[in-house]
Design a protein around this ligand. Structure first.
Ligand SMILES: Cc1cc2nc3c(=O)[nH]c(=O)nc-3n(C[C@H](O)[C@H](O)[C@H](O)COP(=O)(O)OP(=O)(O)OC[C@H]3O[C@@H](n4cnc5c(N)ncnc54)[C@H](O)[C@@H]3O)c2cc1C
Length: 413
């Protein structure tokens, strides 16, 4: 009997912990459904992404976080579904989907694990940069392995002395024959040390953005090394390390675009990156709204369930409303970027600013609704909070987003 009740107890705990599974299955029926307004084709791959999130990611997300596991095999499975190069051209192994499609997929995947999905989004951004700005030899050399996630990529812009002021970067690339000799270091590089392909912004010319070029540096190149693995609040299923160059010789044929185009390439990558990272915040927020709703329906205080409290009802209603508004903004920005509209850069920045702030607030309020339980690692909501906090900081801080939006407003004719 004791063993039986122990089993039931464990089963109940597991069901409660992985409650997100059933939530994901129910998404089509909830008022805040991310399927509203999508085409049948979009709904189809959205379902594939949700199923993958529920079956291949959610059951492991706590363990990946706790043990800091970079889930290479799970990501390779995701790549088999076409998620390794979602907006990369099909002739080099990509899925050839749009920015909106990409957002839909990252939103769904991140319900299963924000941290892993966010890394996949950075990998996709790098693959897109090589596909878009590389010549055919470069595209054919790097993109197929990246799209299959047989190889993994990192984006290297930030340095210890240049974060928000990225154009002041100092890593130097000096031309010597048919190689550039790289010296300097990059800070906070997602995937750093565990990845194979480094898309590096470095200085080949004078001060400022026009002196920056973009080189692809392969792991194993002599002179390339890595710092210690950083200890982080969240994003623990992906390593973050400094990337160090000491007389690191990189073939000139690994340069993307012309000399001096590197900063522009980096920023173009980030426009999409900002939509992607905002989409990861959306997935976390939606999962958190549903977790909060369900907790309100079962938790009793003062003789009734929390769902009877009008204060909490209003709170939940506001969370759901902000979630849906956030999704609309992300999707509008994604379409603008896809169509190359002049307001796209501004809209991507608005989406990143608004959505990562609002979704963090939604997840944080969902944690509050869980009371003390929300603070326990047995409950998924705290991991969503920890994982999306950094979305307000990276790919351009939300203060930098305000700068971009204001500059665009003040200079438009
Ligand atoms: C987990 C993690 C992963 C990352 N992954 C990558 C990666 O893969 N590749 C990569 O290149 N980088 C990566 N980054 C770096 C990230 O992009 C930078 O941390 C970010 O751009 C901010 O730079 P900083 O940390 O140097 O902050 P700072 O630039 O020093 O800024 C500090 C604070 O001051 C504010 N601030 C700065 N200037 C102004 C101003 N003029 N007006 C108002 N406010 C201002 C900023 O918004 C911020 O709040 C990662 C960071 C983290 C934490």
């Amino acid at each position: 009997n004791h063993a039986f009740f122990l089993c039931v107890h464990i089963w109940a705990a597991l069901c409660k912990y992985f409650h997100i599974h059933s939530e994901v299955d129910m998404w089509g029926s909830v008022r805040t459904s991310p399927s509203i307004g999508l085409t049948d084709e979009q709904k189809d791959f959205q379902k594939v992404a949700f199923d993958f999130a529920a079956n291949e990611m959610a059951p492991h997300m706590a363990e990946w976080d706790l043990k800091e596991i970079f889930p290479v095999e799970a990501m390779r499975k995701a790549a088999q579904l076409g998620f390794g190069g979602i907006y990369v051209n099909p002739d080099v192994g990509g899925s050839g989907l749009s920015r909106l499609d990409t957002s839909i997929i990252f939103e769904a995947l991140s319900t299963g694990c924000v941290s892993t999905t966010a890394y996949i989004s950075i990998h996709n951004m790098c693959a897109w940069m090589i596909d878009t700005f590389g010549n055919n030899e470069q595209r054919e050399k790097f993109c197929p392995d990246l799209c299959a996630m047989q190889k993994f990529a990192s984006y290297c812009l930030t340095e210890p002395g240049s974060g928000s002021d990225a154009a002041s970067l100092l890593t130097s690339a000096t031309l010597q024959g048919d190689h550039y000799i790289l010296n300097g270091s990059k800070a906070f590089i997602s995937g750093g040390g565990d990845t194979d392909v480094y898309v590096v912004m470095c200085r080949t010319g004078g001060k400022g953005p026009k002196g920056i070029s973009c080189l692809v540096v392969e792991k194993g190149t002599p002179g390339l090394s890595f710092g210690k693995k950083e200890k982080k609040v969240g994003w623990n299923s992906q390593p973050t390390r400094a990337v160090i160059f000491e007389d690191c010789a990189v073939p000139v044929i690994n340069r993307l675009g012309a000399e001096g185009e590197g900063f522009s390439i980096a920023m173009k990558g980030l426009n999409g990156g900002r939509i992607n990272i905002a989409s990861c915040s959306l997935g976390a927020a939606h999962a958190s709204v549903l977790l909060a709703r369900d907790h309100m329906c079962v938790r009793k205080q003062f003789g009734e369930t929390l769902s009877n409290s009008q204060f909490l009802q209003f709170k939940l209603a506001e969370m759901a409303t902000k979630l849906v508004a956030s999704r609309l903004l992300v999707r509008q920005a994604a379409v603008a970027l896809q169509e190359g509209r002049p307001e796209a850069v501004s809209l991507c920045s608005m989406a990143k600013l608004f959505v990562t702030d609002e979704c963090f607030s939604i997840c944080n309020q969902a944690l509050q609704i869980h009371g003390g339980y929300g603070y326990l690692k047995d409950y998924a909501v705290q991991q969503y909070v920890r994982d999306i906090r950094v979305h307000q900081i990276l790919e351009g801080t939300n203060e930098v987003m305000r700068m971009i939006i204001a500059r665009s407003l003040l200079t438009e004719s």
